[in-house]
Design a protein around this ligand. Structure first.
Ligand code: TEU
Ligand code: CA
Length: 536
């Protein structure tokens, strides 16, 4: 069970408005209470923060705002005492343009570091080709000093490393070993599916050498050690996921795949072009991943991360059924096969925040998109609608600890405004209320530790339900469980000619014995055991 911390927004300890490592250390007891086994720590390395730490200028230094290497070592030790491992965010598709490697690289065409990055000559005064950056505009930036273009698949301040260069790979592996020697628990690998790119052929994801590199990395660093590795792989299909995570191939422990995440986007367009979620499509995507990986791959389970909007605001209902829908979404996800990830604040049902003017946005992705669409003639209101629905700042507002000023996140002025709903939605409230979402997450974590069925059981979708009900079985040895979730704000009929034995978890206090002719409440969810004689 992994919990993601976005350190800038978790807990400030010194009143500068920016979360830091000492702040995180202060909150370890809270995370221990939740029951987690590991923290995925978003980047804490030295960085000019063009992309909030995903632009690293020194992999072996801690960002001054976050603390020192001594704080980092203390964090690893204090977490360890509580049975919590620290998973570092490994951002090696690119560095910052302020990294010494890039400063050397751009200084002259014959500098030994020139080939650490991807340089090409322009064609007739234009970029080498029309590859685009994820943050919009050309992925090629002219560097007037030498007159060549460098590749940046993200911002101009995030030049892509040249993985074809063995010296780059060696430098990355040395850096990884530096962190492994410090006693960390593994790596979350940022956009790792891009490192095998062939920009001249406009191949970015899933390049031909990608898996060779990962096998080489595995052998040179974490292979044979008890470390968790998870690749961020936007372009993964189940077949591709097996290449990464089949233990026999010695690459990674698991991947993040994003197929479900794109379901409320218009096909072929961008994340900003919205459409309503079709629940049957969500069922199909989850069923596919649950069944097709088989025993040759391992998946991660997540609704949220620092790039995604808050799930209760997205596929739940943050107005009338915030807690109820939050519990349903938690139960649905945590009863699946895979390793669950919780993003900070998800466990108390934090919501999206609404902005009315672009000046309130902090994130480079939203700001660039706003400028781009304004220029293309979109209406301001429509662009803001997209940002409010999908912008990354939604996940990045400070953690809401209590009802004091700035939600107990800082005594100063927070770098990004706290969501105004903090007086009602906060950790102190959630801990006091035995019916809170927090305790559902805590219970789900405990259940997973207790029941091998949750970890290993096979998945079977129940197809004979209304569209709005997402129900499935898990089967393990002689045992079967049934998971039933009403994915809507309306009552739904549900009927199964079968008697439940025991209720494992539910978000109501109803009795679940006969499952015949029932009416489910909005967002009702329950998990029951069916005994050994299920003829499903
Ligand atoms: O994200 C990869 C990525 O492609 C995102 O930009 C994604 O497309 C977008 O945010 C979806 O909302 C990773 C990190 O998670 C992200 O925070 C970084 O900005 C990015 O890599 C560059 O390092
Ligand atoms: Ca601070």
């Amino acid at each position: 069970m992994v919990y993601q911390v976005y350190p800038r927004s978790f807990q400030d300890s010194n009143g500068d408005g920016i979360g830091d490592l000492q702040g995180l250390i202060q909150r370890l007891d809270y995370l221990e209470k939740l029951g987690i086994g590991a923290i995925w720590l978003s980047p804490v390395y030295q960085s000019p923060n063009d992309d909030n730490g995903y632009d690293i200028s020194d992999y072996e230094q801690i960002m001054a705002e976050f603390g020192t290497m001594a704080d980092m070592e203390q964090l690893i030790k204090e977490a360890d005492k509580r049975g919590i491992k620290i998973i570092m965010d490994l951002v090696v598709n690119h560095t910052s343009d302020e990294h010494p490697w890039f400063i050397e690289s751009r200084s002259s065409k014959d500098n030994p570091y020139r080939d650490f990055y991807i340089w090409r000559e322009g064609i007739d005064g234009q970029a080498p080709n029309d590859l685009e950056s994820t943050f919009l505009g050309s992925a090629w930036q002219l560097d007037t000093h030498t007159g060549d273009y460098y590749l940046h698949l993200f911002s101009k301040k995030q030049p892509d490393l040249n993985w074809e260069n063995a010296a780059v790979r060696k430098a990355v592996y040395d850096m990884m070993n530096f962190w492994i020697d410090k006693g960390i628990g593994g790596f979350r690998m940022d956009v790792i599916d891009l490192v095998g790119k062939i920009p001249d052929q406009k191949i970015t994801g899933n390049g031909p050498k990608l898996h060779d590199y990962l096998q080489e990395m595995n052998a040179a660093t974490f292979g044979g050690k008890d470390l968790l590795t998870v690749g961020e792989t936007w372009g993964a299909t189940p077949e591709i996921a097996k290449l990464y995570s089949d233990p026999k191939r010695h690459e990674l422990s698991m991947v993040f795949q994003f197929e479900h995440v794109a379901l409320d986007e218009q096909p072929g367009k961008s994340k900003w072009d919205l459409r309503p979620l079709v629940i049957s499509e969500l069922k199909n995507v989850f069923s596919k991943w649950q069944t097709e990986l088989g025993n040759q791959g391992w998946n991660s389970l997540f609704w949220n991360n620092h790039d995604l909007p808050r799930i209760v605001s997205r596929w739940g209902n943050d107005r009338d059924y915030r807690v109820q829908s939050g519990k349903m979404l938690a139960i649905l996800l945590h009863m699946l096969k895979g390793t669950p990830y919780i993003y900070q604040g998800e466990e108390i049902g934090m919501t999206n925040r609404v902005i009315t003017d672009i000046s309130e946005a902090a994130d480079i992705e939203s700001k660039n998109m706003y400028a781009d669409r304004l220029e293309k003639g979109y209406a301001k209101e429509d662009i803001l609608l997209s940002i409010n629905a999908k912008g990354r700042d939604n996940a990045r507002t400070p953690m809401q600890w209590d009802s004091s000023k700035h939600a107990g996140f800082t005594t100063g002025t927070p770098w990004l405004a706290v969501n105004q709903n903090y007086p009602e939605i906060n950790v102190a409230q959630a801990l006091e209320d035995t019916n809170s979402l927090f305790y559902t997450y805590q219970q789900l974590i405990t259940l997973r530790k207790k029941y091998p069925l949750i970890v290993w059981g096979t998945f079977e979708l129940l197809t004979d339900t209304t569209e709005e009900i997402f129900a499935y079985y898990r089967h393990y040895k002689e045992e079967s469980w049934l998971i039933v979730c009403n994915f809507s704000d309306q009552e739904q009929p549900f009927s199964l000619d079968i008697n439940a034995e025991q209720t494992i978890i539910a978000n109501t206090d109803k009795e679940y014995h006969s499952l015949l002719n029932r009416t489910l409440d909005p967002y009702e969810a329950f998990v029951v055991t069916l005994g050994g004689n299920l003829d499903a």
